[in-house]
Ligand binder design. Sequence first.
Ligand code: NAD
Length: 284
Amino acid sequence: MADIIDGKKISARVKEKIKAEVSALKDKNIEAGLAVVIVGDNPASRVYVNAKKKACAEVGINSYEYALPEDTTQQELLDLVNILNSDDKVDGILVQMPLPKHINENDIINSIIPNKDVDAFHPVNVGKIMIGDYSFLPCTPAGVMELIKSTGISIKGKDCVVIGRSNIVGKPMSMLLLHESGTVTICHSKTKDLKEKCKSADILVAAVGVANLITADMVKEGAVVIDVGMNRLADGKLCGDVDFENVSKVAGYITPVPGGVGPMTIAMLLENTLTSAKIKNIIK
Ligand code: NAD
C-alpha cells in the first residue's frame, strides 16, 4: 500500500513557518498584504476566495477583498488592478479565475505588475521560470514540488510524466521537474498510448480534470503519484484524476483529494505574498 502524502499536514508546517516570518516582519513595522479580486458570483470562486482570505488571517497577512459585480467591464477591472499596482499596502494581487466571458483573462493577467503577480501567471514571471531565475513560482506546481520533496525521493534522473499542458499547472509543473533534473514527458488530450507513458513514470503528476482517468494498470509499482485534479461528482463529492483506491495498491506514494495538492496551493500563495513583501522591503 502506498504511503499517503498528507497535504494538510505539510501545508500546516509551511503556514507555521510563514506565520513566524510575518510576525518577525511586524516587529519591524512591516505588514504583508494580499488583494483578492472576485468578479461575479461563481460559487466555486467564492469558496476559493474565502479559503485564501482565511489562510491569510491564519498567518497574519492582511487580505483585502474586492468583490465586483458580474457586469463589471474589462476597463473597470483594469482600472482596479492599476490602483492596486500602486497601492503600497498591497504586496500581492490575485484576480480569481475564471472571469466572466466578456473579460479577456490574458489582458487582466498582463496588467498586474510582475512583482505583485503572486500567481506567477504574468509573461515576465513565466519567462523567468523558464530560465530558472524567479522570485515567485505558480502556486499549484510549487505546492506539488513540496509534496514530492516530502517523500525524500530525489527527482534527479527520474522519469517524470505530467498529464496536462495548461499554463497554470501542466507547463510550469514540467519546467520545475526539469529544473530538478527530472526527465520529463508532457502528456495531453492528443497523446497516443497514455497508459504506456504513464506506466514509465517514477513520478506521475495528473492535472487533467477527468475523474478517475488514471487507473492502477497505468501506474508503475512504487511510483510517486500526485493528483492535482479536482472534479465534482454527481453526488457532490470531490475527487481527483486518479482512481485513489486502486492506484494506492500499486504506487509508493500518493496524494489524496481532497487534502493533497489543494491545501499546498494556498500555502504557496501565502509564501509568494510574503516573498513579495520581503523583496519590497529588501529583506532576505
Ligand atoms: P485545463 O482544462 O486547463 O487543462 C487540462 C489538460 O488536460 C489539458 O492540457 C488537456 O490537454 C489535458 N487533457 C484533457 N483530457 C485529457 C485526456 N483524456 N488525457 C490526457 N490529457 C487530457 O485544466 P487545469 O487548469 O490545468 O486544471 C487541471 C485540473 O487540476 C482540474 O481538475 C482543476 O480543477 C485542477 N486544479 C487543481 C488545483 C489545486 O489547487 N488542487 C489548482 C489548479 C487546478
